[in-house]
Design a protein around this ligand. Structure first.
Ligand SMILES: Nc1ncnc2c1ncn2[C@@H]1O[C@H](COP(=O)(O)OP(=O)(O)OP(=O)(O)O)[C@@H](O)[C@H]1O
Ligand SMILES: [Mg+2]
Length: 252
């Protein structure tokens, strides 16, 4: 495991080098390497079980790696001496299941981590939380409970909750997969807004039109390896590997 390094913005903000991960006898990541520059949007696609979620979870150290290195802004995320809170402040993650606290309002959900984990001043956090509600286009829903919001609205609260920690990198794992088609778009618009503001985003998604439009770089994973990657134009119109070709032919 390499030690944390000083980081400057001309270096990858996320640097994944030769990462291996097994669950018992199942090898899930088999030498994955991938770099993301600040402000880039990368999309990862691939068959079910190919290790996409595991890779994202490894980045913010929800899952330990067996071998290799993952650095975020030079911080070695799998250094046993790492202060996890430091990493949590750098990397936000949003899942398919938004998991909001049902007995707290949208605003309270957003305020929770900065107040309880970061011990920030409640009044200041509230001001920021209200700005975030506007950013995800949910002004007026501050006092709604999750049960009173649509799936797409809840997912946008979940995104705002993640942004409340002021991360430099956002990980999105199939955040629209559980939504009704009519609310998918509003969540994608939120992510597009974020990306256009310069947020570094790593997305696992099935929204190919969105990926094509927004991604700086596409990655295709199969059985724990990155089979192919490239700029979206090339990736979608001229995939080289037969596995990518087959996958794309099934979903496009
Ligand atoms: N915590 C875990 N314990 C044991 N096995 C796991 C665990 N998490 C993932 N796996 C296994 O690792 C493999 C990859 O899973 P992963 O969730 O990363 O795939 P994925 O590409 O995200 O798939 P999907 O498209 O279905 O979300 C699968 O075989 C899965 O069963
Ligand atoms: Mg997954």
């Amino acid at each position: 495991m390499t030690a944390s390094q000083p980081w400057t913005p001309d270096q990858p903000i996320v640097r994944i080098a030769d990462v291996y991960k097994s669950f018992g006898a199942v090898e899930v990541l088999k030498g994955v390497s991938l770099n993301v520059m600040k402000g880039e949007v990368i999309c990862i696609i691939g068959p079910s079980g190919s290790g996409k979620s595991t890779l994202l979870r490894c980045i913010n150290a929800l899952v330990p790696i067996d071998r290799g290195s993952i650095q975020v802004e030079g911080l070695e995320t799998h250094d046993p001496k790492l202060n996890k809170l430091e990493l949590r402040k750098k990397v936000g993650m949003v899942f398919q299941q938004y998991n909001l606290f049902p007995h707290k309002t949208a605003l309270q959900n957003i305020m929770m981590a900065p107040v309880t984990v970061l011990k920030q001043d409640k009044a200041e956090v509230e001001v920021r939380a209200r700005v975030l509600m506007k950013k995800v286009r949910l002004e007026g829903k501050e006092h709604s409970y999750p049960g009173e919001l649509s799936g797409g609205q809840q997912q946008r609260v979940a995104i705002a909750r993640s942004l409340a920690m002021n991360p430099d990198v956002m990980l999105f794992d199939e955040v629209t997969a559980a939504l009704d088609p009519e609310t998918v778009k509003e969540v994608l618009v939120t992510i597009r807004d974020l990306a256009e503001e310069g947020m570094t985003c790593l997305l696992v998604t099935h929204e190919m039109g969105f990926a094509r439009e927004l991604a700086d770089h596409m990655y295709f994973t199969d059985r724990g390896v990155i089979v192919e990657h490239g700029p979206p134009k090339e990736f979608f119109s001229n995939p080289r590997d037969p596995r990518t070709q087959e996958f794309l032919s099934q979903i496009l």
